[in-house]
Ligand binder design. Structure first.
Ligand SMILES: NC(=O)c1ccc[n+]([C@@H]2O[C@H](COP(=O)([O-])OP(=O)(O)OC[C@H]3O[C@@H](n4cnc5c(N)ncnc54)[C@H](OP(=O)(O)O)[C@@H]3O)[C@@H](O)[C@H]2O)c1
Length: 239
């Protein structure tokens, strides 16, 4: 069955790889690669087409700018992947850069909510519709509670992503009766631009492996679960 997918923030990193893997696995699908930059998005599309993929299309979309969130196409699966960690800014809870917190909330929470709301009418008309929010281990309250004092307590990133997790729970509940599945998945520590390609700590997985953790949850079949927080090992995790 052919479906239409849209991945936000897909000109690079995990989003780009998610587009590539979905488009390769399901050649009948149409996969919209969205980017806030026309130049970067078109460059990404050109590289996928060079690799033989003909079912990818570009759409300009800045999740923080509602004017760019156009909805003039069909859609079955929305992958809310766009995000940033703001790790070049002070995020220690004792002295956090408040503008970094604001920007993180604007992008990682409000951007995600307004994108989802804009596409919901299309998803309602879709086939086996799925909303997948790409989250992080660092958004898990349970995980953070068990971490010692350490640089992973990043106030701007963690709180904005945790709030997005809370939205995921509520949206999943409210859409349960309509059969639209809403889940959050964390790829875990993956070498991308967001974390200076894993320069600060060893152990980052490749972007291909990070995307491979996300993709099955975008390709979920109609009997799949909803309202789950999926960890990088593929198992459900406590919020
Ligand atoms: N890397 C990790 O270790 C890791 C771990 C857990 C979760 N995640 C999550 O994975 C997702 C993807 O991140 P990544 O690691 O692949 O980082 P990345 O390589 O920096 O990619 C982030 C993408 O988001 C885009 N973006 C930023 N602001 C945007 C906006 N206002 N509107 C639309 N797109 C925007 C970026 O566009 P530009 O290129 O124009 O900046 C880029 O395409 C994020 O949600 C992140 O929180 C990452």
């Amino acid at each position: 069955m052919s479906r239409v997918f849209l991945v936000t923030g897909a000109n690079t990193g995990i989003g780009y790889e998610v587009v590539q893997q979905i488009a390769s696995k399901d050649k009948n699908s149409v996969v919209y690669l969205s980017s806030r930059s026309e130049a970067k998005g078109k460059e990404a599309i050109a590289s996928l087409e060079k690799g033989g993929l003909t079912n990818v299309k570009f759409v300009l979309l800045d999740v923080t700018d509602t004017k760019t969130i156009a909805s003039a196409y069909e859609l079955d699966v929305l992958v809310n992947n766009a995000g940033n960690g703001f790790f070049d800014r002070e995020q220690d809870a004792r002295k956090a850069d408040i503008n970094a917190v604001r920007e993180a909330v604007e992008l990682n929470l409000i951007g995600l909510i307004q994108t989802t709301t804009a596409f919901l009418p299309l998803l309602r008309k879709g086939t086996n519709s799925v909303i997948l929010n790409v989250t992080t281990d660092m958004a898990s309250q349970e995980h953070l509670t068990h971490l010692p004092p350490c640089p992973l307590h990043c106030v701007a990133y963690n709180t904005s992503k945790a709030a997005a997790n809370s939205y995921t729970i509520s949206l999943a509940k409210m859409l349960e009766g309509e059969g639209i599945k809403v889940n959050a998945v964390t790829p875990g520590y993956t070498a991308t631009k967001l974390n200076s390609f894993g320069a600060h700590a060893p152990g980052a997985r490749s972007v291909q492996d990070g995307a491979a953790i996300v993709v099955p949850w975008a390709l979920l079949d109609k009997d799949g679960p909803t309202g789950k927080f999926i960890w990088w090992n593929g198992k459900e995790h406590a919020w």
